[in-house]
Design a protein around this ligand. Structure first.
Ligand SMILES: [Fe+2]
Length: 152
């Protein structure tokens, strides 16, 4: 879930590390890509965008997650149209990052809105794979599905 409020300094630690690297390396940011929304971590996309610009994006099924959260977590004020991001990708959408084509693949299971970004021979698979001490592919949050995760 995104927020327009600036996160607390401790909550910005990882985003600030990314921003420092980007600025020191002189990298131009064109896209800030979320792979999925999740109840256990918020998006840093609005914060990063506020610092260096760029187009924020996530999968179009984020709207289903927002509707689920609105009901389960009693968040009547939560917008459920995905307008917190600039772009909502559908399965099969493509876009360019510089000269690199990127394809979006719907890969549900971890969440019902998860997507994978494939750029060249790299795939950014979010929490689809289980990696010791580095993320989780759990499917037990609302909207998750172990069968869908396995298929993805
Ligand atoms: Fe996650």
């Amino acid at each position: 879930m995104t927020s327009t409020r600036s996160p607390a300094p401790r909550a910005r630690k990882n985003a600030d590390a990314i921003l420092s690297y980007v600025q020191e390396a002189g990298i131009e940011i064109t896209h800030i890509l979320d792979t999925h929304p999740h109840a256990d971590h918020f998006s840093a996309a609005p914060y990063i965008k506020s610092k260096i610009g760029g187009t924020t994006a996530i999968g179009e099924h984020v709207k289903k997650v927002q509707k689920l959260w609105q009901e389960i977590y009693n968040l009547p004020e939560l917008p459920t149209d995905g307008t917190q991001w600039d772009v909502l990708f559908a399965d099969g959408d493509t876009f360019m990052v510089g000269e690199i084509p990127v394809e979006v693949i719907f890969s549900p299971g971890h969440t019902l809105a998860s997507i994978t970004y494939v750029a060249g021979d790299a795939a950014f698979v979010h929490d689809t794979f289980m990696m010791p001490d580095s993320g989780t592919s759990r499917a037990d949050f609302p909207g998750g599905s172990s069968a869908d995760l396995y298929a993805s």
